[in-house]
Design a protein around this ligand. Sequence first.
Ligand code: NAP
Length: 481
Amino acid sequence: MTPASIALPLIGASDLAAAFLFMYGLKRMSSPITAPSGIFLAGIGMLAAVLASFLYVFTANPAAQSFLLTNVGLAILALAIGGGLAWWSGRKVQMTAMPQMVALYNGMGGGAAAAIAAVELFGARAPAPTQLVVTVLGALIGSISLSGSLIAWAKLDGVIKQPWRVAGQQYVNLAVLAGTIVVGGFLVFGGAARALTTPQLIALFFVCSLLYGVLMTVPIGGADMPVVISIFNAATGLAVALQGFVLENPALMIAGMVVGAAGTLLTLLMAKAMNRSVGNVLFTNFGAIPRRRAGHTKGSLKPTAAADAGIAMRYAKTVIIVPGYGLAAAQAQQKLYDFVKLLQAAGVSVRFAIHPVAGRMPGQMDVLLAEAGVPYDLIFQLEDINDDFKATDVVLVIGANDVVNPAARTDKASPIFGMPILNADQARQVYVVKRGQGKGYAGIENALFYGENCNMIYGDAAAVMATMIEAVRGLGTAAAA
Ligand code: NAP
């Protein structure tokens, strides 16, 4: 019995286990209740796939053993550095900075796929024609995903504050893409002529691909970034799957395809939630900060005291809470839930309404509320609760803005026109908690705030919730005295 005859079945079994765990883990991630165990299981799958990769060393012929052992040493070093950095950054990252982290990790996935392709293309081994096509395609997609994701990170992190647009940009982008495809085509079909220029051509191909990733992302506005990251996520999955084919590694192929399919579905769902087609997101100038015509919004802003609003909710029958990005920024989820428990103890029916793009990443509000221990049966998605606002006594909008902006329904000139929104304006009374006159992510005025039925409570969400809790508790003490 040789080491190879033991290693090969083990590799096969590990790959099968990894594939099953990826898919089963992903299935469990579709509900907030089962998501933590889904993430854990998919992580175990990843571990199985990594361990299987190390078993390949036993399948090599003895002449190549010392070369492979050097590679194993390098792989362990890379795992230690990458794993250490991921562990440290994962623990340190703020909830509000998660989208940036997702963009970075996604870019690294694309970069890893492109690096595998580079090794294949620059390497001595002459790949078969089909493999060459797949390698070049994977290199193109992986490189675009790497540079595009880095630009997405810079936009989300505020390093790039405005979309960069110039006249004729789309034509330049098209020319760069066409040039990249021509160079890639030459790498594949250039035959004897390419033998002389291959290293330079390969380098040119990577430079053009990376450049295209930058050029296609810089003109896209901030409000479209969630969809863009999701597109790059799907692209990274595809690039990884293609490189799995090149390396004949089934676990890599399956993981890539699962990520690619999940990313594609998420892209379509998010585009639907913003009422935009994917082509429209990529090729139009949505997300520019428009100059609002002075005096366009009717009515006035009517500030009120947090304590009064808290007491009004205590005496309401039905309350719906609409959380948004500001709740995460203030880390006020625990205080909010403490307040909700006080209302419930007083017999008020309280529910949460979640918009699919509330916050800065899909599912951020669900995670935030789950973190505070809010039971899942209090949390409703847009389509399940939107008809109930008109029969609701009070809506508390806390740190949300764009997702309750009625301009999406009525103002054809608005950049968010057509986006489904939560019908908060239809409630009898609306309280909006925010720090001041800050705009939402889309940078536009919100007519809801000026409505007859709306009062503003200015302050950091955590401080406002503390005041509301105190006011409602004070009622109980006063009644007892
Ligand atoms: P939003 O429109 O960005 O509004 C957030 C509001 O929170 C702001 O108006 C801000 O006003 C307030 N705020 C900030 N910090 C606060 C604090 N500490 N305490 C209280 N209020 C605070 O948020 P949203 O309604 O959740 O809408 C999400 C937007 O982000 C959409 O336009 C969406 O397209 C976009 N987006 C979504 C994702 C995603 O996947 N979910 C990703 C990227 C972008 P003040 O400054 O006056 O306090």
